[in-house]
Design a protein around this ligand. Structure first.
Ligand code: CP
Length: 339
């Protein structure tokens, strides 16, 4: 595999990068995990801006640690610190904000999730507008459509536990009931990146929880190119049989927005009616001794039982750790001139 020059590139969804480029990030992340403090001057004196519309544990902490370990600094920003123009208030345009931020920082990360937009897709448009005007790389730190850093961290975990050749390994992505009304970002990223790596995918959810049809079509195309498959089911048990990986996660329904409002309470009420949609030990017995993954935070007792989430086949903490390594690799490849 030849190495690409990734300097200056944006990362909004892994689908927009070549497979070789994704493998380049993963291989550097694996090297950075082995030699954690070897790259401590790659971002010396540089600042990465982290712009959060929504709260975060892993993303904020791992990006901050990544910049520290590369010799730079990550600065935390929120919309209330920025005086930005919105649909209802006067303020600074994205063009001006992105151009000014580019004069200070080596890169910009943005998080904007389901309850900070008035309709699905608005967060994706906002992040692409920043990328359009910024002169430095823009990285999605999770938005309403995709979560590329999570997808890379998931694949890094699967490569460690199942081997680097993931072709024909089977992953079950199953809906879980819960009280969080989550966005589609992590699931959709996982569909795309797992299919790029040639995995067979079962997507299981109760009727009424379809994901973005364009993402499903892209996933099917990825599978066709790799000779793998995507199958969907509305049965809560079927997908467990013979699977190598189980990923259980709540997500919102396509009816979550009405008149510009995110109907969180209604989404939670509907989701809590599907109590049999939980990953538990009995279901895990149907699998090929599957590993359990989840991007976290885990809604224990709803999406998955404690027994599975904390069981010997759960790799949730490995994957959370991988966020640090893949983000260090990304920042170094996109923003460092030390190569
Ligand atoms: N997985 C993930 O993005 O976690 P946080 O929401 O805590 O950042």
């Amino acid at each position: 595999m030849g190495k690409s020059n990734l300097f200056g590139k944006d990362l909004i969804c892994t689908q927009e990068w070549s497979l070789d480029e994704l493998i380049q990030v993963l291989e550097l992340a694996e090297e950075m995990k082995r030699n954690r403090f070897k790259y401590s001057s790659f971002l010396k004196n540089k600042t990465f801006f982290m712009f959060f519309y929504n709260p975060s544990v892993r993303t904020r902490q791992s990006f901050e640690c990544a910049m520290t370990e590369l010799g730079g600094h990550a600065q935390f920003l929120e919309p209330k610190t920025m005086r930005l123009k919105t649909a209802t208030t006067a303020g600074e345009t994205i063009e001006d904000a992105a151009k000014v931020m580019s004069r200070y920082a080596c890169g910009i990360g943005i998080r904007i999730l389901e309850d900070k937009v008035t309709r699905y897709g608005e967060g994706d448009e906002l992040i692409r507008e920043y990328a359009r005007w910024a002169d430095v790389p823009v990285i999605s730190m999770a938005h309403d459509k995709f979560h590329p850093c999570q997808g890379l961290a998931d694949i890094m975990g699967l490569r460690k536990h199942l081997g680097k050749d993931l072709r024909r390994k089977k992953i079950l992505l199953t809906w879980g009931h819960g009280a969080l009304a989550r966005s589609w970002s992590s699931l959709q990223e996982s569909l795309l990146i797992c299919s790029r790596f040639g995995m067979n995918i079962t997507l299981a959810y109760p009727k009424g929880y379809d994901l973005d049809s364009e993402v499903i079509e892209l996933t099917r195309n990825n599978c066709d190119e790799n000779g793998s498959y995507l199958e969907t089911t509305n049965d809560h048990l079927e997908g467990y049989r013979g699977t190598d990986v189980v990923y259980s996660r709540n997500w919102m329904s396509p009816n979550a927005y009405k008149d510009g409002a995110f109907l969180k309470e209604e989404e939670i009420r509907k989701a809590m009616e599907h109590k049999k949609w939980i990953c538990d030990s009995e279901k895990m017995k149907l699998t090929n001794d599957a590993i359990f993954i989840h991007p976290m935070p885990v809604d224990r007792g709803h999406e998955v039982t404690d027994e599975v989430a904390s069981g010997k086949r759960s790799i949730i903490y490995d994957i959370a750790e991988n966020r640090l390594h893949v983000q260090k690799a990304l920042i170094a490849l996109l923003m460092s001139d030390c190569w």
